[in-house]
Design a protein around this ligand. Structure first.
Ligand code: AMP
Ligand code: ZN
Length: 462
């Protein structure tokens, strides 16, 4: 299997540290709000990578953290903690916010058929590991104390910039006007911040009350769960220049060797060819997709059509087209289910080989999906093709198997709903408003919304 390593800017043959096993770390969500479709694209990429590794027979040990402290509004140690800002705006405690949005995130990934990583550690459960890490860096002379925290001294780490390939001078030139004149170098970053009394989240440390920097979380948790060396680290491309550069600096400085063998990054999702941002009102969520009647899996299907290292532009038109193609794909796959046509072993083997070549060529999922479409369109109806499609779906995760149940249950379910609507119409005719309202509420609790139109009552699923 070949994968693209951001560190070397090359496709490389994947060789794990231990035969048949893969240790992998994924930068997880900051849980101060709902995940947007861009974040979710990055977790679909993680999921496709996981499933491809499993398809190839590897046993996975994948840790994905939950960031519930320390991620500041700016990645450069400036501004407020996102959790505290979110808590203030929503008039809750940061802990309530963290619990709520972690649960919502889990529901979103489930709706997208994203498998849960084996280990999901929370940053706030690992403060002592982070403190030990920072202590280690101080002891080795890679960090220093200022009046407001402990900082990493990047001039001591000669490899700084090797992932982003930005030289330090460029980084300084690009840095904002310096606000902290106690820092030795403008690009030095906080490992630990001392907390003023009013700061809501704070812990005891050798340097007084405080809270960890965001970058140290991932270094400390990956080390705890995956060891001093592990195979793959994933995240979005925005993490390359600061977050992952800083993780490398911290881990390599402490350990004396690289911790990660392969760095993999998912490209961004754009909206209308621009950035997603709150102020533009285009940070869409899974709920927004559902509100417009789209299936979350049609969104997954849309993501599979772009290579993970290419930008993907979201528009509602593309979403609509993806829903149509997704439905056709599932329908086409199901047509083969009861088929009796014979397909030669040669044909099946060649489909399988093409599919495997594509997925193992740095996750060329768009190509693999094209091959699956050729299977769907194969003349005649064949159970063998259906079985092969199920095999491809262990990676695509488009829910062919579940769709089968849905389509079997659907007519019966729909008949039940029509019946209730009929009864409600009857109740209204008899001016039995109470019963009519009760039926409407019952339908609502089933996720059915009624619409009175000139053509009569129409309904839709929410
Ligand atoms: P966060 O919750 O902000 O820590 O981000 C979670 C993940 O989403 C990270 O891996 C980011 O790199 C990724 N991410 C953020 N914005 C986008 C986007 N527009 N497209 C794809 N991935 C993104
Ligand atoms: Zn991280």
């Amino acid at each position: 299997m070949k994968i693209y390593n951001t560190l070397t800017r090359q496709k490389e043959e994947f060789i794990p540290l231990t035969p048949n096993k893969v240790t992998m770390y994924t930068c997880g969500p900051t849980v101060y709000n709902y995940a947007h479709i861009g974040n979710l694209r990055t977790y679909i990429f993680m999921d496709i990578l996981r499933k491809t590794l499993k398809y190839n027979g590897y046993k996975l040990q994948n840790a994905m953290n939950i960031t519930d402290v320390g991620h500041l509004v700016s990645d450069e140690d400036e501004g407020e903690d996102k959790m505290i800002k979110g808590a203030r705006e929503q008039q809750k405690t940061p802990w309530e916010i963290a619990e709520f949005y972690t649960n919502e995130f889990m529901r979103d990934i489930e709706a997208l058929n994203i498998e849960k990583p084996e280990i999901i550690p929370k940053a706030t459960d690992h403060i002592s590991e982070m403190i030990s890490f920072v202590k280690g860096l101080l002891d080795k002379g890679y960090a220093y104390e200022t009046s407001d925290g402990i900082y990493f001294d990047i001039s001591k780490f000669s490899g700084y910039g090797k992932l982003s390939r930005l030289n330090l001078e460029d980084q300084i030139a690009g840095a904002r006007v310096e606000v902290n004149d106690e820092k030795r170098h403008p690009a030095d970053f906080a490992l630990w911040k001392k907390a003023p009394k009013e700061h809501i989240m704070q812990w005891e440390s050798p340097w007084g009350m405080g809270y960890p920097g965001w970058h140290i979380e991932c270094s400390a948790m990956s080390r705890k769960y995956l060891g001093d060396r592990f195979d793959i680290h994933t995240g979005g491309v925005d993490h390359i220049p600061i977050h992952h550069e800083n993780e490398i600096a911290q881990s390599e400085a402490l350990l004396g060797h690289p911790a990660v063998n392969y760095w993999m990054h998912g490209e961004f999702m754009m909206v209308n060819n621009g950035k997603m941002s709150k102020s533009l009102g285009n940070t869409y969520t899974i709920a927004d997709l559902r509100d417009k009647g789209f299936d979350p899996l049609a969104f997954r299907y849309m993501c599979l059509n772009a290579h993970y290292r290419n930008k993907l532009n979201f528009t509602w038109d593309v979403m609509q087209a993806s829903q149509v193609s997704y439905d056709r794909f599932i329908e086409g796959a199901l047509k083969h289910k009861e088929g009796t046509a014979e397909v030669s072993k040669d044909v099946l083997d060649s489909f399988t080989a093409d599919f495997e070549d594509a997925i193992n060529d740095d996750l060329n999922i768009p190509k693999a999906l094209g091959i699956a479409w050729s299977m769907v369109r194969y003349p005649g109806k064949s159970k063998d093709i259906y079985n092969l499609l199920l095999k491809t779906d262990t990676i695509f995760g488009l829910g062919i198997k579940d769709a089968e149940h849905k389509s079997q249950d659907q007519p019966q379910l729909d008949a039940g709903i029509e019946q209730l609507i009929e009864e409600r119409q009857q109740a209204r005719k008899e001016k039995n408003w109470k019963l009519a309202d009760e039926i409407r509420d019952k339908l609502k609790s089933m996720g059915i919304e009624l619409m009175d139109t000139p053509q009569g009552v129409k309904w839709k699923r929410n």
